[in-house]
Design a protein around this ligand. Sequence first.
Ligand code: NCD
Ligand code: ZN
Length: 451
Amino acid sequence: MTVDTVLENAKLYLRGRIVEAGLAIDGGRITKIAKTPNLPEGSEKIDVEGRLILPGLIDVHVHLRDQGLSYKEDFYTGTAAAANGGITLVMDMPNNEPTTMSLNSLRERMRIAEGRILVNTAFYSAFPKNVGEIGKIITEGGAVAFKLYMVRRIGGVDPTDREALNEAFRETARFGVSVAIHAEDIKMIEAGVEAMRNLGRNDPEAYLEVHTPEAEVKAIREVARLTEKTKAKVHICHLSSSAGVEAVSEMKSRGLPVTCEVTPHHLLLTSEYAKRLGGLALMDPPLRSEGDVKGLWRALHRGVIDIVASDHAPHTLEEKSGSSIWDVKTGIPGLETTLPLLLTEVYRGRLTLQSLVRLTSERPAMVFGITGRGRISEGGYADLVVVDMKRRFKIDSSSFLSKAKFSPFDGWEVRGKPVKTFVNGRLVMDDGEIVAKPGVGVIIRRMGGLG
Ligand code: NCD
Ligand code: ZN
């Protein structure tokens, strides 16, 4: 029997070990893993020349934009950037134009994405106005999780309305899906911004002074109360501070159903970058002190951190360079830097390859209930990235496939490059070029039913 594709002469990452072997792909799935001579015939045969093959990354925090914000990014450019970064599945955030917050808005977004995506795409929804619609958004719409901004009003539930939050959390608990949370206390942040404006402060430091670790911790404690009461699964996004990570660690030791993520920028950059680069290194939550960076790494090594996600948040250069920091749009692109930056940490010995795969593929699939992906196994989908561990290069945002051509990592020398990305068995990125037609990515829907 001839299969679609055979990848031979590889080093495969299989359950924590690196094995010299190859694999056969048929109908989008891995049908056989074996030493090269024992593989079946393939219509297409690709020799990966001894390079490492990892499961494609699952990035659980991506703002693909499109629709009313397509000038920042669209489904094609965003998923092209993902493929270029070795990411085979992205989870799209709901703060769009219009906000993804109902069955209709979710379906409309999926309709637009279908046929334009180059990697698999799953969708978050914000809470609807009527929390009774939550079940439908999951079972009929196929949202894989909800996103709650505690720092501003996005979606149908006001983050200061504890009763409404209780109800919404109770509803998600019934369906077993996670609520991903941007944890910053809205009252502290709004009061802080007001005070700074009155002082006439509009410098990057003012932003950092307002978006404090205390605001992060306060929101996490509120989430702890909510999940204790409702048993809702919660996922704390982009943890940025030692105090924040401690608050999550405490929740975990109390047995609450919580998971959490950090971004590469919070692991690798301090607030010095925000001060030096201004808007170009401004994101929410912002970069923190050396002590916080150390705290995040300690937590990662202790196993408190479940996931590393990019928080890919593209904007135009104009939007990143207002004269007042309060006018600057927060967020940076991250799809094309995440894997090279993490591979460099593996090279330096600060991260094991096992941790990298756990944090960027295995745990993301588990936390968000994505089946058949996130690891290399017979029967699983062929979502794969071939990496060249020896390749050194300089990060250069002008070559990003994302529309957002800036990065605080510009000029960083990294080691380890994704050189081929396969999505559902199809070669999508080959040495920095997109070689597949849009539509090779599929929409990943939550399997219906009560969780
Ligand atoms: C996000 C964006 O641009 O959509 N920006 C960011 O700094 N992370 C929104 C957000 O999560 O604040
Ligand atoms: Zn956020």
